[in-house]
Ligand binder design. Structure first.
Ligand SMILES: Nc1ncnc2c1ncn2[C@@H]1O[C@H](COP(=O)(O)OP(=O)(O)OP(=O)(O)O)[C@@H](O)[C@H]1O
Ligand SMILES: [Mg+2]
Length: 326
């Protein structure tokens, strides 16, 4: 495989929940992203996908959160150690991010064009307004927005959800970042628009050689987009392998449950209900394996011993006492 650009090692993040108490939201999270790779991070709500993504860009609230262990090496440089000022140079430039709901990132009181121009000029002080305006039009063309000159004069609410997300993609990719972190970028869109936006992301990713960390709770999206898959449960990585392995030889009962939900009508209703129950809150993590309360294969040992993430075959990692062998 090509060069590793991001290497996350044993990451642990805690949140302060009271004066005395901190709870661990993610622990022992390790993964790598290669140049041009699309790594899908999957798991149900509350599994720690966004905390992982936001930690990479150091977007968590500094007052109430703490990176209590681990490294985030971007081209070998540990982002955990960088000052806020140094981090600002990485954010949006070398690593950029798009979120689920573009309305939270776009300012509702400014026209689309003005926001794009302002962003370009904030990054490049020498760029004239006219140049920035032209660049914005060019970027909107690139994400297939019809009549971009007209759209530049619109306010965010005048665009459809799909168009707004295209604007966000245009803004996120304008600096040609090496890594794009997309946190549920299409979840808020309806299914056909979702497919178009994903298609566009993939096309641009190939043109620009960008790597993508794609967060989703939808195994269907993973199948379409990802090269590699990391399955998270209750703040931990439970399975990690290339996409073919995950779909052909899933080992962790949680991964199997997620895949089973793909073939059921539940999915059309936006649910992953083939696994009974829900992800435990941080304050109520079970002893032993964190999945033991919901696992169909749970045995006595699973309630006592927390399993380590083991490599069961080359590049296939699983955290399960019972599935140590393929
Ligand atoms: N600022 C915070 N303070 C305290 N706990 C938090 C904070 N942010 C997240 N958490 C907790 O950390 C855990 C992981 O949350 P996270 O947002 O990463 O889940 P997620 O996998 O992105 O879920 P979703 O699919 O709903 O977006 C959850 O238990 C959540 O309640
Ligand atoms: Mg999230």
């Amino acid at each position: 495989m090509s060069e590793v650009i991001l290497e996350v090692e044993n990451l642990q993040v805690k949140f302060r929940v009271s004066k005395r108490d901190m709870l661990t939201a993610i622990q022992d999270v390790s993964f790598r992203v290669h140049k041009k790779e699309i790594l899908g991070i999957v798991g149900e709500s509350g599994c720690g996908k966004s905390v992982t993504a936001n930690t990479i860009l150091r977007l968590l609230p500094s007052q109430t959160s703490q990176i209590s262990n681990g490294k985030i090496l971007f081209h070998g440089q540990d982002l955990v150690q960088l000052s806020n000022k140094e981090m600002r140079q990485i954010r949006g430039d070398k690593i950029s991010m798009i979120f689920q709901e573009p309305m939270t990132s776009l300012n509702p009181v400014y026209r689309i064009g003005d926001q794009m121009v302002e962003m370009y000029r904030a990054k490049n002080k020498h760029m004239s307004k006219k140049e920035a305006w032209q660049k914005a039009i060019h970027m909107l063309e690139m994400v297939d927005i019809p009549s971009p000159e007209q759209r530049m004069k619109d306010y965010p609410h005048q665009l459809s959800g799909g168009m707004r997300q295209r604007v966000m993609i245009a803004m996120a990719l304008s600096a040609r970042p090496e890594l794009l972190i997309a946190d549920e970028p299409t979840t808020a869109l309806d299914v056909t628009i979702q497919a178009q936006v994903l298609q566009l992301m993939k096309q641009l990713q190939e043109e620009m050689d960008t790597a993508i960390l794609l967060i989703t709770h939808d195994m269907g999206v993973v199948a379409e987009m990802a090269d590699t898959v990391m399955v998270m449960y209750a703040g931990e990585v439970v399975e990690y392998a290339d996409v073919t392995t995950i779909f052909n030889r899933p080992l962790h009962p949680y991964t199997r449950g997620l895949l089973a939900s793909l073939t059921r009508a539940d999915r059309d209703m936006g649910r992953l209900s083939s696994i009974e129950g829900t992800v435990p809150p941080l304050s109520q993590m079970p002893e032993g394996c964190r999945f033991n309360t919901r696992c169909p294969d749970c045995q006595a040992a699973c309630k006592e011993k927390a399993p380590a993430l083991l490599e069961v075959e080359p590049n296939h990692m699983v955290r399960c006492l019972r599935c140590g062998k393929v």
